[in-house]
Design a protein around this ligand. Structure first.
Ligand code: ARG
Length: 458
């Protein structure tokens, strides 16, 4: 059934119908569409626009449609243009005349704006929950590894020693910010567009506050033209999801490197790895690579919607229908990646001995060795030069600074004593960095305690 046959003298061309229709994807929010209709007619009755009996019949009809879709007895069929037409046609079929009053004081423009908001609002909550699970997993790894030493890198060159807790702590911060971004978006979008009509409100005495609060919005939107043409919240959501993917992708990249034969810092569990069809020895980090790869899809969705929206005059234009498939795809992608990634790191083994050996072999304690000299009165620039020469000696001998005999140290500067070894141990190097945010064990434990409170409260 069409909602708009009256002024037409010809049937729509089949290809036009197919091109124009959105039911293949907007059926995803059948539940939200029905809920919005129930809110609408509840308000219409309160305002005396519908009789109590009409309202009750419509609501019963709507609930029946919902039930039948959910138990599989009512199939959403594609001869309808969209989910809105489908529900309305079905309602009229079920209850007759009163069903024709459902759309009083409403347009598909405010209806679809509402449905999409209701749908994305729930998805924001779901993504937020998945982020929380990821944070809990990271938190548990952090708690177990405050003295697991590993190299920290700049330029992917070993730089200074950190701990595994500290490294994972960086990602904890990123995903915590991601959650707060979602919260912001939720708060900003949570105004109800229903009642905006096609673009200019309606002539009926609608109570927009009533429908807004019925649907748990913070209030009605304040400009009817903006209400039907605002897609900012979707662009914000796509942007926040792009950021989540960027964080996951960076993390995946590190895990892929750490899982490589050369590094062997971690081993991804067999249940999260895949093999090769030809090379029997292979165990590949496909899941991490796929998450990294899927980041492109989500970025693409963001760019796509930004581009769709850039030239649109007020108010509604059909271009906006393009918001759906790409947003749905991005949401599914982000949710899938978050849960897979969480499972992967929860089951991953850490080869802590390789991490520590790597930190030692990479001269990550060279800055601390220079600091030792500075603490004994040598100017920093001279100390830098002295340690540089010692590093060169070690490279020639293929040993670490810890393994260089004291006699070699003394050859280059008489200031060195036996306590140099203590001063450049991984534990000392890390624990001397104890300002908040640094990897030192005390500082790290303080942050972990703060994270624990955050996880309890949010
Ligand atoms: N399927 C449309 C969309 O997603 C619903 C709104 C249709 N409104 C209209 N005036 N054709 O945007």
């Amino acid at each position: 059934m069409k909602l708009w046959g009256g002024r037409f003298t010809k049937e729509t061309d089949q290809l036009v119908h197919n091109f124009n229709a959105s039911i293949s994807f907007d059926q995803k929010f059948y539940k939200q569409d029905i809920l919005g209709s129930i809110a609408h007619v509840t308000m219409l009755e309160k305002q005396g626009i519908l009789t109590t009996d009409e309202r009750d019949q419509i609501i019963a009809g709507c609930k029946g449609i919902l039930e039948d879709i959910e138990n599989g007895t009512l199939a959403i069929t594609e001869e309808h243009e969209d989910i809105h037409s489908f529900v309305e046609a079905n309602l009229i079929e079920r209850i007759g005349e009163p069903g024709k009053k459902l759309h009083t004081g409403r347009s598909r423009n405010d209806q679809v704006a509402l449905d999409m908001k209701l749908f994305t609002r729930d998805e924001i909550v779901a993504i937020n929950d998945l982020l929380k699970e990821l944070l809990v997993t990271i938190h548990n790894i952090m708690k177990a590894h405050t003295t697991t030493y590993m190299p920290g890198f700049t330029h992917l060159q070993k730089a200074q020693p950190v701990t595994l807790a500290h490294h994972f702590g960086a990602y904890f911060e990123m995903f915590r910010r991601d959650r707060s971004r979602l919260r912001d978006i939720y708060d900003r979008m949570n105004y109800c567009p229903l009642g905006a009509g096609a673009l200019a409100g309606t002539t009926y005495p609608l109570d927009r506050e009533e429908t807004a609060s019925f649907l748990n919005f913070d209030g009605p939107t304040l400009n009817s033209m903006d209400s039907v043409s605002d897609r900012d919240y979707l662009i914000e959501l796509l942007s926040a999801m792009s950021m989540i993917m960027m964080h996951l992708s960076r993390f995946c990249e590190e895990i892929i490197v750490w899982n490589s034969n050369e590094y062997q810092f971690v081993e991804i569990d067999d249940s999260y790895s895949t093999g090769s069809s030809i090379m029997p020895q292979k165990k590949n980090p496909d899941i991490a690579e796929l998450v990294r790869g899927k980041t492109g899809r989500v970025y693409g969705a963001l760019l796509s919607l930004l581009t769709t929206m850039k030239g649109l005059p007020l108010a509604y234009n059909k271009d906006m229908q393009e918001d759906k498939e790409l947003t749905f795809d991005a949401i599914d992608t982000v949710k899938g990646c978050l849960s897979l990634f969480t499972g992967m790191i929860a089951t991953m083994r850490f080869h802590t001995e390789h991490m520590e050996a790597s930190a030692k072999n990479g001269f990550t304690n060279a800055t601390d060795a220079a600091d030792y000299l500075v603490n004994h009165g040598v100017p920093f620039r001279d100390a830098h030069g002295i340690i540089g020469q010692l590093v060169l000696t070690c490279i020639e001998k293929d040993i670490s600074l810890d393994e260089l005999p004291l006699s070699e140290y003394k050859k280059i500067s008489p200031v060195f004593e036996e306590d140099i070894y203590e001063a450049i141990s991984m534990k000392t190097c890390v624990d001397r960095r104890n300002t908040i945010g640094a990897p030192g064990e005390q500082a790290m434990k303080q942050v972990i305690a703060m994270n624990e409170t955050y996880l309890k409260e949010s």
